[in-house]
Design a protein around this ligand. Structure first.
Ligand code: ZN
Length: 205
């Protein structure tokens, strides 16, 4: 199943490569780090991703790529289909900076890791509040994730659900670098490349 996912990712990445310049043009706020064209590609491929986690268990398919999808709509993330209830894993160690509860994203989380923010939408469970802090509560999944909580890479942070605007169970996964949206497929490609290289160098020892 992993091999099939990779083949699909490669096809998707071909398209992603073509959209890099469109990505650069999208930032809505002035940002000194975003001075050079090619910066998103550079931070994605130039970073070390050995400790990063693939964001979902029981992955089935990439169902919607990052980019324009008609009707003037732009898809600011990558959709990863998985059976409802599959666990979502934190991509990179960080802190929960937002617990989302809205009609579009549904129940979701934003986790910050340095200049990166990773967004997870359409989760199972609800958002509740105690002592002035929001938290995600997913009783069936045995999860409680608090605003301000530190989360390790690979930790379970939620489950794939149908909250918000979605026609089927999937994780909508968004990535921002210095407030600029980045195609998550570019980062996944860099992650796979590095982690594969690391595995093959270990097996040669
Ligand atoms: Zn999406």
């Amino acid at each position: 199943m992993k091999g099939m996912g990779l083949a699909r990712l490669r096809r998707l990445l071909f398209v992603a490569g073509l959209s890099v310049f469109a990505v650069v043009a999208l930032g809505s706020q002035p940002d000194p780090i975003r001075a050079q064209a090619g910066e998103p590609q550079q931070v994605a491929t130039g970073s070390t991703w050995q400790g990063a986690s693939f964001p979902v268990e029981n992955f089935q398919d990439y169902t919607s790529a990052f980019g324009p999808r008609g009707y003037g709509d732009f898809h600011y993330g990558l959709d990863l289909a998985a059976p409802q209830g599959s666990y979502i894993r934190n991509w990179w160690a960080g802190v929960v900076v937002e617990v989302i509860d809205d009609g579009r994203c549904g129940t979701g989380l934003v986790i910050q890791s340095g200049p990166w923010e990773h967004v997870y939408c359409h989760l199972e469970g609800q958002v509740a509040k105690a002592n002035g802090r929001n938290y995600l509560i997913d009783r069936a999944g045995g999860l409680q994730i608090w605003h301000g909580q530190q989360i390790l890479a690979g930790a379970r942070i939620g489950r794939v659900g149908m909250s918000g605007r979605t026609s089927g169970p999937h994780l909508h996964w968004g990535l921002r670098y210095s407030n600029q949206w980045i195609d998550p497929a570019i980062v996944l490609r860099a992650m796979y490349g590095q982690q594969r290289a690391s595995v093959s160098s270990r097996t040669q020892e």
